[in-house]
Design a protein around this ligand. Structure first.
Ligand code: HEM
Length: 226
């Protein structure tokens, strides 16, 4: 490799590629949770699906509050985008899945409280916030499509009621949006220390999500075939 320049041309892989490669094993762990598998194969009871939406509500409330607070931060602004915000969609889904009094009926699980508290700490750590943003929204724009299809089929939600969370009506073409997102985090030109910081926090974000899913599995898949 040339030694004459310290430009980003010397970087072996663009950051977004590195981020995926350095965290894909943690993705596998989250994707292979019993709860997720039951969701995808249609064996998860409808209450389990509603319970996941409720846990999402608390995590996304934290994610979007911190996002609003960091909207003018030069690093976090690369990802914060109101077109992605999921809380209004989750409120509609919970009204449909749990009932009009859903606010009185749902509460964050212990792992969700831990997860939301970690996200709230990112108000002082914009690079760390990118990690949490990426893990959830880019995941929703990727695997979310499969969950939407499985849930529509399993729970008869074919008109989209209860599935607003999975409908990103305001982002246009999903592949193009994801491409733009990756280009924006690459264009930040994060130095090595900041890149490592994002990778480390993304691994933690996956782990926190895995713990939320494991807890949902303990509560909602009892009696399902192993
Ligand atoms: C329901 C189970 C899941 C399935 C079937 C699934 C599937 C996928 C697929 C097909 C991709 C696209 C890979 C690519 O573009 O090359 C993807 C990417 C991604 N998923 Fe998942 N996923 C699941 C669960 C999760 C969970 C639980 C999370 C995190 C909470 C997550 C976060 C991500 C992220 C961040 C990416 C983007 C990786 C990148 O291209 O940088 N996924 N997923």
């Amino acid at each position: 490799m040339s030694t004459g320049s310290a430009s980003s041309d010397d970087t072996p892989a663009v950051f977004s590629t590195r981020l995926k490669a350095a965290t894909w094993d943690a993705h596998h762990e989250a994707e292979q949770q019993g709860f997720t598998r039951a969701l995808l194969d249609g064996s998860l009871p409808r209450e389990g699906f509603a319970a996941m939406a409720a846990q999402h509500y608390f995590a996304y409330t934290a994610l979007e509050e911190v996002g609003r607070a960091l909207a003018d931060d030069p690093v976090a602004a690369a990802v914060v985008d109101p077109a992605l915000f999921r809380v209004p969609a989750l409120e509609r889904d919970l009204a449909a899945l749990v009932g009009p009094d859903w606010r009185d009926l749902v509460s964050p699980s212990r792992p969700t409280r831990t997860y939301a508290a970690r996200i709230e700490q990112m108000a002082d750590d914009p690079a760390g916030y990118i990690a949490h943003h990426y893990t959830r929204y880019i995941g929703d724009l990727s695997g979310g499509r499969f969950i939407r299809r499985a849930a529509a089929h399993a729970y008869g939600l074919t008109d989209g009621t209860g599935l607003a969370f999975y409908a990103f009506d305001q982002v246009g073409s999903l592949p193009r949006f994801k491409e733009g997102y990756r280009a924006r985090i690459d264009a930040l030109g994060l130095d090595e220390a900041a890149q490592r910081r994002v990778v480390r926090e993304t691994r933690l974000a996956y782990q926190l999500n895995t713990e939320v899913l494991a807890d949902l599995e303990r509560t909602h898949t009892t009696g399902l075939a192993a």
